[in-house]
Design a protein around this ligand. Structure first.
Ligand code: GLY
Length: 369
């Protein structure tokens, strides 16, 4: 098991990574579990696979789980679900010093985290992420949010968990497409800040996707450690350091929007293709050697993730994608900061990208295959 500290003044916590951690929850959470009845907010699929394990672990410790089911999918990150959940937590008598458990992927983590941020002006919570994407990204760093009619994650709060247990055993029940989608975020840490990790993934990525225990633990722990370092430097995304985690997300978000945030393109798939586009655009500007853009494309392709805009199974064009970018929540005083690359492992924030040029570039990409 690996233990990664997230160092934040007054709000530091640990992320544990390893197989079988749900079984050890009472031991690892220790005094964070104050009462015998423990509220568990769970994605319905995660509960189906892992609810019994958690029930048993709590029972063996003289506790019981109070289950609250969340329907899988982004639609659960809504005002109405937030209201339903906060009312339920209040009805259970949850107090500020209590810790609510969030079992599932990013949807459950974001919804539970936000409910806990506002419940009695803030109560504790523990993230039990069961998807690769949630383990290496959304469960760590304290971003919590719901969606509104105006867009994704537009209402939320920074609220750090008190503990994160990334149980690698839970990844065995993930559909392969979701596993690959999460792997895009693993690859992202190599591309944005760690060339050595990128090279290691080139040799070991297939073993990670095959869930080889040791290799998987190393990949997840290295990813979380990278995120923890960035969050400790720039918790609220004000200095530009945390914004680098958005590598691939500006292109990716536009693609997801064009696909109607549907099954046509999962978040990680959009991020993977977005990283390829950010790399090729960096090369087009003369900032990144083309060979590096090609290596990133090859890594995305080798993981079974989409690497070509022209090969997507829905129609899009440069103007439509740039139109989505204009509504990106990262728009700042009329400019959209792009995460671009100087080398593999060396990302930077470019606030001077001309969106008209991005539209031309995207049309070139669409024509090039
Ligand atoms: N997922 C990006 C961040 O946590 O900042």
């Amino acid at each position: 098991m690996a233990v990664i500290p997230v160092d934040l003044a007054g709000r530091s916590y640990e992320v544990h990574v390893g197989p079988g951690l749900l079984t050890r929850l009472p031991e690892l959470a220790g005094p964070l579990l104050r009462k015998t009845a423990v509220p568990v907010i769970a994605d319905a699929n995660a509960r189906r696979h892992w609810g019994g394990t958690l029930d048993q672990a709590l029972r063996a410790n003289g506790r019981t789980a109070l289950w609250y089911d969340v329907a899988p999918g982004e639609a659960s990150k809504s005002w109405s679900e937030l209201a339903r959940l906060t009312d339920w937590l209040l009805a259970q008598g949850v107090e500020r010093g209590d810790h609510v458990l969030a079992l599932g992927g990013g949807v459950v983590g974001d919804l539970t985290g936000f409910a806990c941020a506002i419940l009695k002006r803030g109560c504790g919570f523990i993230q039990l992420p069961t998807t690769l994407l949630a383990q290496v990204d959304s469960s760590v760093g304290g971003k919590t949010a719901i969606n509104t009619a105006a867009g994704k994650n537009l209402v939320g709060a920074f609220h750090q968990p008190a503990l994160v247990l990334a149980d690698l055993a839970t990844l065995a029940t993930l559909p392969p497409r979701e596993l690959r989608s999460g792997y895009a975020e693993v690859l992202k840490y190599g591309v944005l800040g760690d060339a050595e990790f990128f090279d290691w993934l080139a040799d070991n990525g297939a073993r990670v996707l095959a869930l080889d225990e040791k290799t998987l633990e190393q990949a997840v722990a290295t990813s979380i450690a990278a995120k923890a370092r960035i969050v400790a430097k720039d918790e609220r995304e004000t200095s530009g350091a945390r914004a680098l985690l958005n590598l691939g997300h500006t292109f990716g978000h536009a693609l997801e929007a064009e696909a109607g945030f549907s099954e046509l393109l999962l978040h990680g798939e959009a991020v993977a293709l977005g990283m390829v586009l950010a790399a090729r655009y960096s090369a087009r500007l003369g900032h990144l050697p083309m060979i590096d853009a090609e290596r990133i494309t090859a890594a995305v392709d080798a993981a079974g993730l989409p690497a070509e805009l022209a090969a997507l199974n829905f129609d899009c064009d440069g103007a439509a994608l740039v139109e989505h970018m204009l509504h990106d929540k990262k728009m700042d005083a009329g400019t959209l900061p792009f995460v671009l690359l100087r080398a593999i492992g060396d990302a930077y924030l470019d606030r001077a990208v001309a969106l008209a040029d991005v539209a031309l570039f995207l049309d070139e990409q669409l024509r090039s295959h």
